[in-house]
Write a protein that binds this ligand. Structure first.
Ligand code: CP
Length: 307
């Protein structure tokens, strides 16, 4: 997706937020299929709510065991079948590249709702909309990403996209065992106006950050439970640590959280992770309407006034 398209979706999400009634029939008669082979609360429910709020309908399954994948059906065959039922598909799968395989087999648009430890592009739209709402810009920021940077697909997608916008200083905070993969670091290196540093010490850098993006250690992607248990509570953001941060810093987290952010942080105005949830539904509404070719009633006139 191009940067102008991303900016446009964020703008459309802002429009939708203030014009729920006007857009309520935008996708009338359209069907979204959510094919979730992995657990989800936010992504699946927000995709589905988005479609319902646009006047469309939803089909799908949650869990590979309740689909014919449990009988051995391939992703390609499933997508060839579901393309007959739905106008748009959102797929989450534990294997990296599964969404690409699905898109190649389908005859309708396919959205990657998370493929293994690889990418989660629509979470990035929610993250960017939140950063835009908080700072009024996506560049010129120091962005810390903390926790499981190896398996954290939301981190990979966000770094990839922010690197394309440029002008970002990334501070990658993780234990040595959970560093960002090389293909993600290469994206930063490819951006002439971005740079990064790697550290394992959150407290030593927290005061520099505009955004602190906390992540869960991804238990389900570990081969060895002992390794998970050793690493899972490496970083816990609490009031004491937050006292060292800028008053304007925003704390993001794709959720679900386990222990990475103490509940006491929720009341702090810097906590932006529940705002991300709301933005997630709005950007998915914008994305679904755009992919189905449906213009949001009133959007163009609103945009002219806003500009
Ligand atoms: N952020 C996110 O992907 O959450 P879910 O796993 O609940 O969908």
């Amino acid at each position: 997706m191009g940067l102008d398209q991303i900016r446009d979706l964020i703008s459309r999400a802002a429009y939708i937020d203030g014009h729920r009634r006007q857009v309520a029939k935008t996708c009338e008669g359209k069907v979204l299929a959510t094919l979730f082979y992995e657990p989800s609360t936010r992504t699946r429910l927000s995709f589905e709510t988005a479609m319902l709020r646009l006047g469309g309908q939803v089909i799908g399954f949650a869990g590979a065991q309740v689909s014919s994948a449990s009988k051995g059906e391939t992703i390609s065959d499933t997508l060839k079948v579901v393309s007959n039922y739905a106008d748009l598909v959102a797929i989450r799968h534990p294997k990296e590249g599964a969404a690409l395989v699905a898109a190649r087999a389908a005859s309708v648009p396919v959205i990657n709702a998370g493929d293994g430890g690889h990418m989660h592009p629509t979470q990035t739209l929610a993250d960017l909309a939140t950063i835009q709402a908080r700072f009024g810009k996506l560049t010129g920021l120091t962005v810390g990403l903390c926790g499981d940077l190896t398996f954290g697909r939301t981190v990979h997608s966000l770094v990839e996209t922010l690197s394309r916008f440029g002008g970002v200083r990334f501070v990658l905070i993780s234990p040595d065992e959970l560093r960002c993969p090389k293909y993600v670091l290469d994206r930063i290196d490819a951006s002439p106006s971005c740079e990064y540093e790697q550290t394992s010490d959150l407290l030593s850098v927290i005061g520099d950050l505009d955004v602190l993006y906390m992540t869960r250690v991804q238990k389900e992607r570990f081969f060895n439970e002992d390794d998970y248990l050793r690493l899972c509570d490496t970083y816990i953001l609490d009031k004491d640590k937050l006292a060292h941060a800028k008053p304007s810093m925003a704390v993001l987290h794709p959720l679900p959280r386990v222990n990475e952010i103490a509940q006491e942080v929720d009341q702090d105005p810097r906590a932006a992770y529940f705002q991300q949830v709301k933005e997630g539904m709005l950007v998915r509404m914008a994305l679904e309407a755009a992919l189905l070719g449906d213009e949001l009633p009133g959007y163009q006139a609103w945009k002219e006034v806003e500009a």
